[in-house]
Ligand binder design. Structure first.
Ligand SMILES: *[C@@H]1O[C@H](CO)[C@@H](O)[C@H](O)[C@H]1NC(C)=O
Ligand SMILES: *[C@@H]1O[C@H](CO)[C@@H](O)[C@H](O)[C@H]1NC(C)=O
Length: 343
């Protein structure tokens, strides 16, 4: 009799675990971003500035686009639609086709999101196509604070009112992780960091991965500003990190702004590579270099208003750490069952 009760309990518990198995890690702590793919190790380098005070929204060209509403919200968006999750109301999903690519980007927007669908489509479109092709699905959700994170799948989740530099930052993460083995985890990137004395800003110092994403923003900026950095930043103390960026194929300027996501010799990890029916002839304009102050590390010029809304709190995420969380809960439940059976 006691054994039967225990068996029923065991089966109930198992069925709970099976039910939780697929979604539990994401719903367990819904307001938190998924766990980082790699435990972030802060960099012991000086931040040149507190945060980024420049925006790329008026300088990066905007491709034209068409939106096709989707009848059903894709599962990897729908799973974030619950009272406790990222979207408490409902998602609207569209496929956006930009004139520079033959296949669409799926954007899921929560009905209460701060950014409108048009805003999200515009900001996504301003990410240079050579980098944008690594972005998978975009989720746009509401929050009192502006932040974002990128999953190792290339999916990007945006909260609040993320500016274009943050979109480029997240695309940098998607590119970093595109092959499943992050560039920011390579000995070469670590060597570049170790050879320098500074990082772009406070957020860059969070980890090698965040530094990679912020350097991506810096590199994109420099490519359209005669290879210069924004006012208030110096190359001297982070030249090895920039050299590493310079060597990445994605930053070949002709391809990055080449008006097509079908890049010759394209690496297979790009998520959008179908050529557009007609390749646009748009030209990404060049802007003049900024005047560099004499003492870039303490220029004082950085005291330009920082509303705090531009400081991204981006997080990586990976199935790996999710998996570990899962194993832990299974072990915990297993222990509880064992205790019960032996009691
Ligand atoms: C929407 O875009 C995604 C990603 O390109 C694609 O896989 C999917 O088939 C598209 N859906 C429709 C209905 O066109
Ligand atoms: C987003 O919108 C909500 C509701 O209007 C508002 O309370 C919140 O402050 C907004 N978030 C940001 C980052 O502006």
């Amino acid at each position: 009799m006691a054994f039967l009760q225990k068996l029923v309990f065991l089966l109930t518990l198992l069925s709970c675990l099976v039910g939780l198995g697929s979604a539990a890690p994401l719903r367990a702590r819904p307001r938190d971003p998924p766990p980082p793919a790699i435990t972030p190790v802060p960099l012991r380098l000086t931040a040149q500035q507190d945060s980024f005070n420049f925006d790329l929204s008026t300088t990066l060209v905007l491709p034209t686009s068409t939106m096709q509403p989707l009848q059903t919200v894709p599962p990897h968006c729908a799973m974030y639609n619950s009272l406790q999750s990222e979207c408490p109301t409902s998602f609207e999903a569209v496929n956006v086709t930009y004139d520079d690519c033959g296949d669409a980007w799926t954007v899921c927007r929560c009905s209460t999101a701060n950014m409108t669908m048009d805003t999200a489509v515009e900001r996504l479109g301003r990410i240079p196509v050579g980098l944008r092709r690594y972005v998978a699905t975009v989720v746009v959700a509401p929050d009192t604070q502006t932040h974002a994170y990128t999953l190792t799948s290339g999916d990007i989740h945006m909260f609040g009112d993320t500016q274009v530099d943050s979109w480029v930052h997240e695309a940098g993460h998607a590119y970093d992780w595109a092959t499943g083995s992050p560039l920011s985890g390579t000995p070469e990137w670590q060597k570049a960091i170790d050879s320098d004395t500074c990082v772009p800003d406070t957020y860059s110092a969070t980890s090698a991965g965040e530094d990679f994403a912020q350097m991506t923003v810096m590199k994109v900026y420099s490519l359209i500003h005669e290879n210069s950095l924004p006012e208030g930043w110096s190359l001297d103390c982070m030249s090895h990190q920039m050299d590493y960026m310079n060597g990445l194929p994605v930053f070949n300027k002709a391809e990055l702004f080449g008006n097509t996501c079908a890049i010759a010799g394209s690496d297979p990890s790009s998520r959008h590579s179908t050529p557009p029916p007609v390749t646009p002839t748009r030209v990404q304009p060049d802007f003049p270099a900024q005047v560099q102050p004499n003492s870039p590390l303490k220029s004082g010029l950085a005291a330009v208003e920082d509303k705090g809304e531009k400081t991204p709190t981006n997080k990586d995420s990976a199935a790996l750490s999710t998996y570990i969380t899962d194993v832990k809960s299974v072990l915990f439940a297993g222990g509880a069952v064992l205790g019960w059976l032996m009691w």
